[in-house]
Design a protein around this ligand. Structure first.
Ligand SMILES: [Zn+2]
Length: 403
């Protein structure tokens, strides 16, 4: 059999650890602060203008690059410290704000919020205008200078030989990172002609329609250590040497937990995307509805979100099809064998269909229904395109219809 490998140009993120000295650290912090300040000021400006518009009977104020750029220039004249930032990093702020507003207006996202020093992502982004340089041990960034970095040999080579679109500098859990957005060529995963439905659960991370159950990763040990050092921190004198030592250990355990979960999710999601051409999950909103019933923690939801996002982007770059089924589809209550709707089903983990007598595992049954519904939706999509007279569609297989 001839093996055809499709090469594809994609944008990927590549994260490396930075080791800035005191001087650069304070410059990075200044940049992060400036981006946050700009975001908050522009958001305030827009809201004021919007109020005025509304008062005069207009409903929607369109976000426009030119307007925001003018606002930014005025801000800079008023607040001189903004000149300390690389100019593209502040332009990036209004691009992000426009993006957030567009998402809000299309119903995809919530209303843009003000950023606080404490809770939000601490970062800023610089566009590569030919002023980002990668050396053996250092990267050179505009207005910041030379910063030491460390990464694996493989990534090291890659960084030096690819096109860098932009770089985000981040402060996370007390450590500095650079995330390079790079343009690179990858080969798609080979096709397997298999489809899968996946149910996300509380007791198990996920259940596949073929009966495979994937366990949640047990991070109780890491969580206990985090709690232990958190307690110790609260008893120690703020910023004393002992406090600083404990803080270091505390952060180490936070990183350990995060890395273990990330590794685990990466392994599972890569496996799924390799093995299946069509991957159907349920919309997470329906899960949120059940949230109170299961009295689940916020953490579980974040876990699902991460898991789904990983599958989504891997499917996209490796040439597979990913879909989510409608949020009102009652995947747990329908008998996947005969289609009977069991309205009396509560939280039982196993049930017998009154119509066809089939005995169901709740999660496997849900996964089977999710797959079924997802495939029906895909056929609908294909038919709709076909009815519109889009002749190119007929030439495509299911697998190649991706968003
Ligand atoms: Zn049945």
């Amino acid at each position: 059999m001839e093996l055809i490998v499709f090469m594809k140009c994609v944008n990927l993120g590549l994260k490396v650890r930075l080791y800035p000295d005191e001087d650069i650290m304070s410059k990075i912090n200044q940049n992060i602060g400036n981006s946050r300040f700009t975001w908050n000021k522009l958001l305030e400006c827009y809201q004021e203008t919007y109020k005025l518009f509304k008062f005069h009977g207009y409903t929607k104020l369109k976000c426009n690059m030119t307007t925001f750029n003018a606002m930014l220039n005025m801000l800079k004249k008023e607040h001189y410290f903004l000149y300390l930032s690389e100019s593209s990093s502040l332009q990036q702020v209004y691009r992000d704000l426009i993006h957030a507003y567009n998402k809000f207006f299309s119903g995809e996202g919530g209303y843009p919020r003000f950023k606080s020093k404490k809770h939000d992502k601490q970062s800023f982004r610089i566009q590569n205008n030919g002023n980002i340089k990668i050396n053996d041990n250092t990267i050179v960034l505009p207005k910041l200078g030379k910063i030491y970095y460390r990464t694996s040999k493989k990534y090291h080579e890659k960084l030096k030989n690819v096109k860098i679109n932009n770089v985000t500098i981040k402060l996370e859990n007390g450590k500095y990172y650079a995330v390079f957005n790079i343009k690179t060529e990858i080969s798609e995963f080979s096709k397997t002609n298999k489809a899968v439905g996946i149910d996300l659960g509380m007791r198990k991370l996920s259940t596949l329609d073929n009966g495979l159950k994937i366990a949640n990763l047990d991070v109780t040990y890491e969580e206990n250590m985090i709690k232990k050092y958190q307690k110790r921190l609260s008893r120690q004198k703020y910023n004393s040497n002992r406090y600083k030592d404990t803080l270091k250990t505390y952060r180490k355990w936070i990183d350990k937990k995060k890395n273990r979960i990330n590794d685990y999710y990466h392994k599972i999601t890569t496996h799924i995307v390799k093995k299946y051409d069509i991957i159907i999950l349920e919309d997470l909103n329906i899960k949120e509805m059940f949230q109170n019933i299961y009295n689940s923690r916020k953490l579980q939801r974040i876990g699902w979100k991460k898991f789904v996002e990983m599958i989504k982007y891997k499917a996209e770059i490796y040439g597979k099809t990913f879909r989510q089924v409608n949020k009102w589809y009652p995947s747990s209550k329908i008998c996947s064998h005969c289609g009977y709707y069991n309205k009396d089903l509560k939280y039982e983990t196993e049930w017998k269909c009154p119509q066809c007598q089939e005995i169901h595992d709740r999660d496997i049954n849900a996964a089977k229904n999710i797959l079924k519904q997802g495939l029906i939706n895909l056929i609908d999509e294909t038919m709709n395109l076909w009815n519109r007279g889009d002749s190119t569609v007929i030439l495509l297989s299911w697998e190649s219809i991706s968003p």
